[in-house]
Design a protein around this ligand. Structure first.
Ligand code: ARG
Length: 461
């Protein structure tokens, strides 16, 4: 029957429920234009192998171009009777150019090598869009880092006060993982750029078709060395799903910071109206829904990755129909990031920060205790003893309910003979931040150098 690519050995058609289960046009139609590009390249290989005349090739390419225009305009849609994107397009081609010519296209290829190629083509194209979306978010983080340069905030480990840092330093710490995600995508592309076309069902083609010709036509850098691997493997789809899940996790960690910063208790940042939502009952509410959806979707992206790995784990070589289950998870992850990334970028770009409140909290929780120890080291006290003395100073202040910077000459001497008023010169958040001026540190000059480095790395991607 039309739209079905097999049937000769069957006495009757599939049962209704069999067909409903088998049908994949509802999710593989998005590959239609890649399938047509593959068909054009395949037709050229058929011509090069003397299996299509020059006239036949011209008519075939014209027909495929016409179908491409109809797919692009939405005029051509899969019919209810089409099993998959490949069958639908062959049916449409035969309707357009007749069975004599249209029926020649399938020679020497299988849906197994076709689908394995299409998914790689699709991911390569999708990754261009994704890269631009991630780069926009990195740009927004960098712009905020630049605009807020100098603002000091409490740095935390274990969510407890640790050491004062620059807000810009913290924002850029969310940019670098995203830079690595883009590097991962670029690296993955080197592997996606190998075409499985020519693998046939699993054993290669007997018709003298040139896989490298097809690969070059489709913009691939090469073709697979093993036809079984070409049709049976989905590790690259899983690798793609991993990078998408990692992006989700990176967005989620950034979002968790935004959620905390926007609470009344932290009060470090405010969301713009356009990037927050209200409550149907509590009039005062301004909720960080973008950030929460990012956090929530990360779970979904991780699920897509684990589902795909589970699908692949027990499969014998070569192709198994289970492999059809590779597409929906990775399409879903891409679709989620396509809506999520611009929203996270908008939220980040429009955040406003309360510099005074952040600065006021920067020294809370004795966050300058490390600076006390470092000051002692510069006075030639061994660090282990310096650590002890600084700890004693914290304990003293805790019991006397005062700040380290309020210690008097007498109190300093009481805590340790190694302490004196000279210490007070380093006991400010600004002094602490400025002192961490080595590469990768939080001092203003170091963060400026970091920003320049980030921009240079981005320009190279
Ligand atoms: N729709 C299948 C997939 O996505 C490709 C078709 C192969 N079908 C087959 N019966 N060999 O993997």
């Amino acid at each position: 029957p039309a739209g079905q690519l097999w049937g000769g050995r069957f006495a009757g058609g599939p049962a209704e429920a069999m067909f409903a289960l088998s049908k994949s046009t509802q999710f593989d139609w998005r590959l239609a234009r890649f399938d047509l590009a593959g068909s054009k390249a395949h037709a050229k290989a058929l011509h090069a192998a003397d299996l299509l005349t020059a006239d036949e090739l011209d008519a075939m390419l014209a027909g495929l171009d016409e179908l491409d225009a109809r797919v692009a305009s939405g005029q051509l849609q899969p019919a209810d009777t089409d099993e998959d994107v490949h069958g639908a397009l062959e049916r449409a081609l035969i309707e357009l150019v007749g069975p004599e010519l249209g029926g020649r296209l399938r020679a020497g290829r299988s849906r197994n090598d076709q689908i394995a190629t299409l998914i790689r083509s699709y991911l390569r194209a999708a990754n261009q869009v994704l890269t631009a979306d991630v780069a926009d978010l990195i740009g927004a983080l960098a712009a905020q880092a630049e605009a807020n340069l100098g603002a000091i905030m409490p740095g935390r480990t274990h969510l407890q006060s640790a050491q004062p840092i620059l807000l810009s330093h913290h924002l850029l710490a969310h940019a670098w993982p995203l830079v690595r995600d883009l590097q991962r995508l670029a690296d993955l592309d080197r592997r996606l750029a190998i075409s499985p076309y020519g693998s046939g069902a699993l054993a290669g083609t007997s018709l003298g078709l040139d896989p490298l010709l097809v690969a070059a036509e489709l913009g691939f850098a090469g073709s697979v060395a093993n036809s079984i691997d070409g049709t049976a493997s989905r590790d690259l789809v899983a690798e793609q799903a991993y990078v998408l899940a990692q992006i989700g996790v990176d967005l989620s960690r950034l979002s968790e910071d935004v959620i905390l910063w926007c609470t009344a208790e932290f009060g470090f940042a405010r969301l713009a109206d356009a990037w927050s939502t209200g409550s149907s009952i509590m009039p005062q509410k301004k909720n960080p829904d973008v950030a929460e959806l990012a956090r929530g979707k990360a779970g979904r992206l991780i699920g897509n990755l684990s589902g795909l790995l589970a699908t692949c784990k027990g499969l014998p070589l070569a192709y198994n129909r289970d492999l059809q289950e590779d597409k929906e998870p990775v399409f879903d992850s891409l679709d989620q990031l396509r809506v999520l990334l611009p929203a996270v970028t908008g939220m980040v770009a429009t955040l406003t920060f309360d510099h005074e409140r952040m600065a006021a909290q920067a020294t809370k929780g004795f966050s300058l205790a490390t600076d006390v120890a470092d000051w002692l080291v510069r006075q030639r006290v061994p660090f282990a003893r310096a650590h002890e003395i600084a700890g004693a100073a914290v304990r003293f202040c805790e019991t006397h309910d005062q700040e380290l910077s309020d210690l008097t000459e007498g109190q300093l001497a009481e805590i340790s003979p190694d302490l004196n008023l000279g210490l007070l010169s380093v006991l400010t958040a600004a002094g602490s931040v400025a002192s961490r001026n080595g590469r990768g540190g939080t001092a203003v000059e170091a963060v400026q150098a970091q920003l320049a480095e980030l921009r240079a790395v981005l320009a190279e991607l």
